[in-house]
Design a protein around this ligand. Sequence first.
Ligand code: PLP
Length: 380
Amino acid sequence: MKYTIDTACVHAGTIIDEVTRGTRTPLYPSNSHLHLRMDEDVYPRHSNLPNQRAVADKLCTLEQGEMALMFSSGMAAISTALLTHLRAGDHLLVQPGIYSGAATFARRHLHPLGIDASFTEGTSREAFEQALRPNTRAIYVETPTNPLLGIVDLGMIADLAASRGLLTLIDNTVATPINQNPLVAGIDIVLHSATKYLGGYGDISAGAAIGSTALLAPMVDYINDYGGCLNPQACHLLERSLLTLALRIERVNYNALRLAEMLAGHSHVSSVRYPGLPDHPSHEIARQQMSGFGGLLTFEVSEHVDLRAFQQALRLVIPANSMGEVATTLNSPFEASTSFRNLTEAQQKAMGVSRQMIRMSVGIENINDLSADLDQALRQ
Ligand SMILES: *Cc1c(COP(=O)(O)O)cnc(C)c1O
């Protein structure tokens, strides 16, 4: 029987231990196993430990895939997926504004291997079509993007890729499977930084890849060879985190939309970017492909607001560089990212990057407390 996603968060993948019959998956920390009694060699890098399998099975159900693999970080999932499926001579077409770590990986590690990666000029079908090359092998997207909240139409990407026989990969970290299921929209491989919302409590580093068995099984050798597997303790914590994923994301969706509306009407805020606001340039696409708009939003404070003073005046919201946890955090993408600072002023303008920009990752606190804290800090 197929359950709804909130039920699957609680029940999918759980391993019942035959000795104790406990209702939760036990932690199996062993990395060595009595091989004379086993058919396969169970070992962390082989991705076949019980805790790796339990959490991968749960994520697989949530994303509606056939197979999932766990990694030590989001970047381990992204790099392993790309290195498994691209070869020298291939071209990778990339949506602009993707997570800076993934962009850096393409520049620093794909190019020297003879794999070309280039960015499209926008997110329309024409922009992707124009940037295709005879040797294009795959399209890599992220929607919404971190931190600029760019949206790309997943059905359009899947359709275009199918017509050219291309592989498609998406970083689904910002949306989470609660708000968006790219495999259902026809995308081939879903990647996650589970360090963010999936982990949700700000205390683990993890990543995941989900897709068909045909595309995921070849990645097992690459995790084994590159070594980016996830340890059983983090798997166990992540499995526990996922029990509450639907609840957390429901609250995060609610809080973020309310805060986006509040900030959009605030006299010390000059602009707000959130896919749930009707003035977001891709609001219609977001509405069609997302069931909620997620917890990430960016806003620009007015020229006369000092960013440092604003952050120091916050009493509840935490100035911090990471995101996706139960507490509301914010930072300045401009200060956090050298890739933004190094752009020319014209490029910054084109990308919508500004010095006065704040990225906020909305948590599960009470909306009135969050709203009041932001308001008093903006007024300082
Ligand atoms: C954080 C992040 C990553 C990288 O994840 P790590 O777990 O830090 O390696 C990738 N993509 C997005 C969208 C992220 O926010």
